[in-house]
Design a protein around this ligand. Structure first.
Ligand SMILES: [Zn+2]
Length: 304
């Protein structure tokens, strides 16, 4: 085994509460006994702290490019992973994830109504990324001004689309493969050109050999971008799964959905192609949570 896996797939952790100050025991206050004849109305006692679940509960893949789904402690009014605020739904449930280059530890932190803070430190296992060292110089020079005139509005549109929160609940589902085929490019792989790192591969490439193979939505979502002709991505589809998690599908030959449309897991949303900058027909599927780039393999498990 190349690296130590912190936990088996989809296992559930219950992490004990870590007080932010010196450990203290929470003791229920003594019951207030009202004299029987006292004609005073007594307000219902506020629930004691001990009656509420006190710790974060979560499950997922605690490694670089991985994710967790969980529930914040009862009474939480805000929660964060490191410096990143989490969205809590009505039941305090949340999604959070770990960038390809995430540090070895990060802390989940909830602030309760009464101001107390509950923390849960997480250990994030490092990955053994596929790094190829080549003895050629990295292509010199940046993009031409001419190219950037076309490119910048595309980058802005992608940025804006990824910021949209549609309220989709797709993040709660177990993801399925959009299509099966040969994995021709893995997430996170990177070339180093005479010591100078190139950018790593931001998604997973699935090649089926031919153009026109249908692919489906890996989870429920809402289409936040459907573009016909972006310079690098070609026909590009971005689907928001809610809570800051979204999928992008590149190089399609045809798209079957348009912006604003709700899609269901398993719905045919496009056909594989080689539009944009692609050497052959394949689906490039990438997943992002806020600023973190994630490994689709850790959402679907191995292809069967
Ligand atoms: Zn790719």
């Amino acid at each position: 085994m190349k690296h130590c896996r912190v936990a088996p797939l989809f296992s559930l952790f219950l992490v004990a509460c870590v007080p932010n100050s010196a450990p203290e025991r929470v003791v229920a206050p003594p019951a207030v006994v009202q004299p029987v004849r006292e004609p005073v109305s007594v307000p219902a006692p506020a629930p004691t702290i001990a009656e509420r679940p006190a710790a974060f509960a979560f499950a997922g893949e605690l490694e670089q490019g991985g994710w967790i789904r969980g529930q914040a402690p009862g009474g939480a009014v805000a929660a964060r992973l490191g410096d990143t605020p989490l969205s809590l739904d009505e039941e305090g449930r949340f999604f959070a994830a770990f960038d390809r280059d995430a540090a070895a530890s990060v802390t989940l932190r909830a602030t309760l109504k009464d101001g107390r803070v509950i923390e849960s430190p997480l250990a994030i296992a490092p990955r053994d990324w596929d790094i190829e060292r080549v003895n050629v110089a990295r292509r010199a020079g940046g993009a031409s001004a001419n190219f950037m005139r076309r490119r910048q509005p595309e980058l802005d549109a992608i940025w804006d689309a990824r910021l949209r929160d549609t309220g989709s609940k797709g993040w709660r589902q177990d993801f399925v493969w959009p299509v099966t085929g040969r994995i021709s490019g893995r997430f996170g792989s990177q070339r180093i050109y005479r010591g100078e790192p190139g950018s790593y591969h931001s998604g997973i490439d699935i090649a089926t050999g031919t153009s026109g193979t249908p692919y489906v939505a890996p989870a429920d979502g809402v289409v936040v971008l459907a573009e016909d002709d972006f310079s690098l991505e070609g026909k590009l589809l971005i689907i928001d799964h809610g809570q800051g998690l979204n999928s992008a599908f590149l190089h399609s030959s045809r798209l079957y959905v348009s912006e604003g449309e709700q899609v269901r897991q398993g719905q045919h949303i496009g056909d594989i192609g080689s539009s944009g900058r692609a050497t052959g027909p394949h689906l490039h599927w990438s997943l992002k949570w806020r600023d973190a780039r994630l490994d689709p393999l850790l959402f679907t498990g191995p292809m069967r």
